[in-house]
Write a protein that binds this ligand. Structure first.
Ligand code: PLP
Length: 396
C-alpha cells in the first residue's frame, strides 16, 4: 500500500494523543449543548477564546445580518480584484485607529496573516528570532520564509541578546524578533519592553501576535501594546486575530502606511485569497466599538481570574504564571490530564486537555479559559469539581 496512514494513527492513539472533533449543537457561550454519544447534554465550558462573550452578541449578529442583506454572503473575489467592499475598508480604518497605527490590512485567518507577513518581509538573507513557545503559525511562517531560524528560550532576554549579537557579526539584511503577546498555552505575557529595547539596540524589528491580548488588555481593549504603551515605532508589525476576544473571524496586521502597502503587494496569502465576507467585516467593526467601551466586562473578567487563582491555590492545584484569561492547570502526564478532562466532562464541565505536540512532553495541562460571560458561581462550580476529582485521584 503506497500510503500507510493507520500506523501513525494507531501510534497517536496509543500515546493518548489522538484528537477528534466534538460537535456543538448550540452557539458559543458559557453553556453549550453537545451530543457526545449519549444524547444531547448541556455543558459549562471553560475552553473557548471568546474572552468577552461577544461571539453570540445580539448587536454583532444584527450587524452581520444587515450587511449580508445589502452585500450578500460571498465577497466574490480577492481584495485586489473586486472583493474589497466599503465594510472591509471601514474595518481596516477602525482597526488602525483602535490600535494606534497608521494603517491595517485584513487577512482571512490569523494563520494566514502570520505566514503572509513573515514571508513578505524575510528571505534567506535575513534572520528571524522566535520565542520557543510561539504559536505554530509563527513558527511555520518562520520556517517557510527561509531566513536563519533562531528559537530563543522562553522569555529569556539574555538568550535572545546572544543570538542577536551573533547575527550582527554575520551578514544579515533584516532581523525580525517575533513573539506572542500573550502565550496561548500558558497565559503569560511577553517581556515586550525588554524585547523592544533589544530590538532598538541591535537594529531589529519586533512583530507581536496579539491573538490573546486583543479585547482583554489595555484601557480600550486594544491589546498588549496599548497596555504597555508601545508605539508603532517600537512594535512595527502588530498582528491580531478577530476570532478570539473580538468574537468574529479573520485577522489583521497593523503598522505604518508603508508596511501595509508593502504587504498588500508582497504578502501572498493576502493577494491570492478571497476576501472575507463583507458582512463579517461589518460585524467586526461593531464588535470593536463594543470592546472599546467594555471596561466593565474587562474588570469582571479580572475578578473571575483572581477568584479562580485564589480558589485553585487553596485546593493545591499547580497554576502557571498568568494574569490573563488563560489559566492552565499543570498536570504533567498526558493520560492523567485526559482522565481529569473526561471526569470533568462527565460532570458537565468542558475543559480541554492540552498535550504534546502542542506543549512539551511532561507538561500536559488543563487549559482553562475564563470569559466575561462567566459568573462567579460558574467558577466555583469548576473549582468544586476539580477539588473532588483531584482528591479522588490522590486516594486511588
Ligand atoms: C489562534 C491563534 C492564531 C491563529 O489565528 P486564526 O485566526 O485562528 O487562524 C495565531 N496566533 C495565535 C497566538 C493564536 O492563538
Amino acid at each position: 500500500m503506497p500510503f500507510d496512514l493507520s500506523t501513525d494513527l494507531t501510534q497517536r492513539k496509543q500515546e493518548n494523543l489522538f484528537r477528534e472533533n466534538q460537535i456543538a449543537l448550540s452557539a458559543q457561550g458559557p453553556r453549550m449543548v453537545f451530543d457526545l454519544g449519549h444524547g444531547k447534554k448541556e455543558y459549562l465550558t471553560f475552553c473557548s477564546n471568546d474572552y468577552l462573550g461577544l461571539a453570540n452578541h445580539p448587536d454583532i449578529k444584527a450587524a452581520f445580518q444587515n450587511a449580508a442583506n445589502e452585500f450578500g454572503v460571498g465577497s466574490g473575489a480577492a481584495h485586489l480584484v473586486n472583493g474589497h467592499s466599503y465594510h472591509h475598508q471601514k474595518l481596516e480604518e477602525d482597526i488602525a485607529q483602535w490600535t494606534g497605527r497608521e494603517a491595517a490590512l485584513l487577512f482571512s485567518t490569523g494563520y494566514m496573516a502570520n505566514i503572509g507577513a513573515i514571508n513578505a518581509l524575510l528571505n534567506k538573507e535575513d534572520a528571524i528570532f522566535q520565542d520557543k513557545w510561539n504559536h505554530a503559525s509563527l513558527l511555520d511562517g518562520g520556517l517557510l520564509c527561509g531566513a536563519r531560524f533562531q528559537r530563543y528560550l522562553h522569555s529569556d532576554m539574555a538568550n535572545l541578546e546572544t543570538r542577536l549579537s551573533r547575527a550582527n557579526e554575520k551578514q544579515t539584511r533584516r532581523k525580525l524578533i517575533v513573539t506572542d503577546g500573550v502565550f496561548s498555552m500558558d497565559g503569560d505575557t511577553a517581556k515586550l519592553k525588554d524585547i523592544t529595547a533589544l530590538a532598538k539596540q541591535y537594529d531589529a524589528w519586533t512583530m507581536v501576535d496579539d491573538a490573546h491580548g486583543l479585547g482583554v488588555l489595555g484601557k480600550t481593549g486594544a491589546g498588549i501594546c496599548e497596555a504597555l504603551n508601545l508605539s508603532q515605532q517600537e512594535v512595527p508589525v502588530l498582528m491580531g486575530t478577530l476570532g478570539k476576544g473580538v468574537g468574529t473571524a479573520g485577522a489583521f496586521v497593523a503598522g505604518s502606511k508603508e508596511l501595509i502597502q508593502y504587504l498588500t503587494n508582497f504578502a501572498r496569502p493576502y493577494i491570492y485569497t478571497t476576501a472575507m465576507p463583507a458582512a463579517l467585516a461589518a460585524a467586526t467593526s461593531v464588535s470593536i466599538g463594543i470592546i472599546k467601551n467594555a471596561s466593565e466586562q474587562r474588570e469582571h473578567l479580572q475578578n473571575l481570574i483572581k477568584q479562580f487563582r485564589q480558589g485553585a491555590a487553596d485546593i493545591g492545584l499547580t497554576l502557571m504564571d498568568s494574569a490573563t484569561a488563560i489559566q492552565p492547570v499543570l498536570i504533567g502526564d498526558a493520560q492523567d490530564t485526559l482522565n481529569i478532562s473526561q471526569q470533568l466532562k462527565a460532570r458537565g464541565i468542558m475543559v480541554t486537555a492540552i498535550r504534546p505536540p502542542t506543549v512539551p512532553v511532561g507538561t500536559s495541562r488543563l487549559r482553562i479559559t475564563l470569559s466575561a460571560s462567566h459568573d462567579s458561581q460558574m467558577v466555583n462550580q469548576l473549582l468544586d469539581a476539580l477539588n473532588d476529582i483531584i482528591k479522588t485521584e490522590k486516594q486511588s
